[in-house]
Design a protein around this ligand. Sequence first.
Ligand code: ZN
Length: 510
Amino acid sequence: MGYAALLARMGQVNDVLNAKSLLAWDARTKMPPGGAETRAKQIATLSVMARDMVVADDTLRALDAAEAEVQHLGADTIERTICAQVRDAVSYHRRIPAALVEARAELGSVGQDIWARARAAGDFAAFAPHLEKTVALNREMAEHIGYEGHPYDALMHRFEPGETVATLTPLFARLREAMLPLLRAISDRPAPRIDFLQRAYHADAQLAFGLKMAERVGYDLERGRLDTTVHPFEVSFTRQDVRITTRVNEHWMPACLFGSLHEAGHALYEQNVDPAYTRTPLATDLVGLYAVGGVSFGAHESQSRLFENHVGRSREFWELNFPEARAAFPEQLRDIDAETFWRAINRVAPGFIRVEADELTYDFHIMLRVDLEAALIDGSLAVKDLPEAWNAKIADYLGLSVPDDRVGVLQDVHWSSGQIGTFCNYTIGNVMAGQLYETAIKDKSIADGLARADYAPLRDWMVAHVHTHGRRYTRDELLVRATGRTLDPEPYIAHLTAKYSEIYGLPNAA
Ligand code: ZN
């Protein structure tokens, strides 16, 4: 027993989690509806099995022996890092009583149905008792996990380790301070035309073009594939098999194209984790129990947003790649030029629905959810008052009046699963993408590459500074190593200000 035994054990945990992911991928892409009930049980069983393997006495013995064996090595060596991560995960899972884990799984298993029916009826009162139980259970969970500042910190730990309400509050305040005036200024300006994006685009042609653009930024199809789903996602079964999905709307062509580019960004991360980390804790989230190489949900989202928004929605990208779009859709784009296309895919349109939000309004949907979740957890907001609080924030941020809860507080599936604390990663990903991109393009070879539709230099930089490290460093360590500082919203704000000032003809106030 020792370090080798610990690695062997963690390799098995990774195998079980990959099997779980495969069942989940199949459920969302190929499985007939009849399989849903038994499949949920199969997935739950593998999840419990992985957790049991992490906290097992065998694992602890191997961990004790491994720590003794590697303690003479430097604290930042891979061996010591792996031991520390397993120790953290064991401690995390052992702090949460098994009964609580089961209660949350039980809530999650019934919640989807309760939520779907409540949403269909626009009846928040029908969902409120489930949400009350979810809040109470998560509060209890936070007490067991432990926290220094806010109980919500304990819940975010599973998705965005190290993130706290104390650090998010000033970040959100700064984003609002910069982005609200921009949004207000835009609303007075004429909007770009988008009619041609709503013409009839054949599904097969959309998928072929989406996949081509995913490959263009570096998605390796020898180790990947593209399928269609209602909600796009990426999933990896080690770096050797990293799959993406996208959605197709025959009368809204950006959905498939940018869904493909977004998920390709996630996939690049997984495909480029150091091969030496395969089946180790450096490519396994032992706290969240996912077989994933990215270090946090936010870090993962930085890569999807970077390739979707900074690359895929840039003027330069379409100056170079628009001829191929027109070749793919000769009828639909016959009277459109690259500039018109670029403006259309960047149109800002405040709306009720998070998953349909544009680049500029998306973060407001996230900030309101994070703030409301934190208030529910610390008890300053009661579940019964949630719709009113939600609608007030939508009015405040986006100037919209929510007509009913279907497009308001009932729109997301997340709370039905028993999980709270999942949302902040989207905005952290946006901010991190801005920061990484700003640093990367200071390298002349990267900027030159982008100017000739060669995305390899940019991708290679991301591989070297982000992807290859897998879970070796924390998110902030990764940022400091790559950009010289921890999370900083200014590059993201500068990106949004410059881009939307240009598109909407505002005096650039960056
Ligand atoms: Zn994503």
